[in-house]
Design a protein around this ligand. Structure first.
Ligand SMILES: Cc1ncc(COP(=O)(O)O)c(C=O)c1O
Length: 375
């Protein structure tokens, strides 16, 4: 479905509320151009050469310093540069999962993670959640359970942010069960009012693999992310990475390092946050105007998505072809569940389109949802 949506998103005229595509206006094109020139002029011998699997040491140091500002002191030698956090998911799957093992996930969760774990033939099992995230008392005490996969900040797809107290109890519960945590955090920098609490990994660093991404803060086409792993798992993850692709592009790593050295990130992030906040506000008022009484949602304090639950009892997957026909895309809720569920929900992205087109897309969708009768 993601693949098909990516194709649709490129269709001229389609209002793309589906794929989580960062706004093209947010791309730091000039900074990338200048960093490319600096990388080639000053570091072409390393930028165009094979590199170490772990990644450029100075880039790893920058990442560790940045995580320290988020309330987590990280040893740079525990940072592994990856080709997007999607590769991080694949690597943890390779190292932690196997046929018949179980991995606990939120319901709903990022469908790309379900896809990444699927080839290792583990079974994804949903942990009961409330509005604050997974319920620590509900973590299964199951010897076959190999990991708990969580997206604590502005979750994809619900937009939910796990509060500090719940992070502490979740980390304590996982540690009590010796259940490794996979913390996926591509949206933590995209907050609108205040920064989220420190990562879960800061509560239990010995048991957590933290995955980060530069896709949402710089540009997804760079395909650069990273993971931070405890000493027990780091060497295994490095071996898995080496076997997969030797290392992430040294050229892209050098370009990103040049950008970070030029100290452009904070200012850039402020602009991205302001833009996405406008998109969030536009979508919220469009939802209120067109869907009040027909659906419910909660307003995300960051990230890229609204999670909308229709009251009509309609299966939103069945509405998608008609929506695309009328020029708007979304992702049906069932795609984010590891078992049947979420059929009455849909995920809407507020970062790809302008405020006017968000309003237009929501109005079209609302018309479809309101007229759909339960089957
Ligand atoms: C929760 C989550 N994890 C991982 C990814 C993959 O990100 P990347 O572009 O870094 O591979 C995404 C992308 O949308 C995501 O939403």
């Amino acid at each position: 479905m993601i693949r098909e949506l990516m194709k649709l998103a490129g269709r001229p005229g389609l209002v793309s509320l589906g794929g989580g595509m960062p706004s093209v206006e947010s791309f730091p094109t000039r900074a990338v151009e200048e960093a490319c020139i600096r990388a080639l002029r000053t570091s072409s011998s390393t930028a165009l050469q094979y590199g170490t699997t772990e990644g450029l040491p100075m880039l790893r140091e920058h990442i560790a310093r940045r995580l320290a500002t988020r309330g987590w002191a990280v040893d740079p030698t525990r940072v592994l540069i990856t080709s997007g956090s999607q590769q991080g998911l694949d690597l943890v799957g390779k190292v932690l999962l196997e046929y018949g093992a179980r991995v606990a996930v939120e319901a709903p969760t990022y469908l790309g993670a379900l896809q990444a774990f699927a080839p290792y033939e583990a079974l994804s099992t949903a942990v009961p959640c409330d509005g604050d995230g997974p319920l620590p008392g509900e973590l299964p005490d199951d010897p076959g359970l190999r990991a708990l996969y969580l997206i604590p900040n502005f979750q994809n797809p619900t937009g939910r942010c796990i509060p500090e107290a719940r992070r502490a109890t979740l980390a304590a519960a996982a540690s009590g069960l010796a259940l490794p945590l996979i913390e996926d955090d591509p949206y933590g920098d995209l907050w609108f009012d205040e920064a989220p609490p420190p990562p879960l990994a800061s509560y239990w660093p010995e048991g957590t693999v933290y995955l980060g991404s530069l896709s949402k803060v710089l540009a997804p086409g760079l395909r650069l992310g990273f993971l931070v792993a405890p000493p027990s798992l780091y060497p295994l993850l490095v071996q898995a990475k080496q076997a997969a692709d030797l290392h992430s592009s040294t050229f892209v790593q050098t370009v990103v390092l040049e950008m970070l050295r030029a100290d452009m990130l904070e200012e850039h992030l402020q602009a991205v946050r302001a833009r996405y906040r406008q998109g969030r506000d536009a979508m919220e008022s469009a939802l209120r105007e067109h869907l009040s009484g027909h659906a419910s949602w909660s307003t995300p304090a960051g990230g890229m998505f609204f999670w909308v639950q229709a009251h009509t009892g309609v299966d939103t997957a069945r509405l998608l072809p008609a929506a695309v026909e009328r020029g708007v895309s979304f992702v049906p809720g069932s795609a984010f569940h590891c078992a049947p569920g979420g059929e009455d929900s849909l995920r809407l992205s507020f970062v790809t389109e302008t405020a006017e087109r968000i309003e237009q897309g929501v109005a079209t969708l609302a018309g479809l949802l309101r007229s759909a009768s339960p089957n």
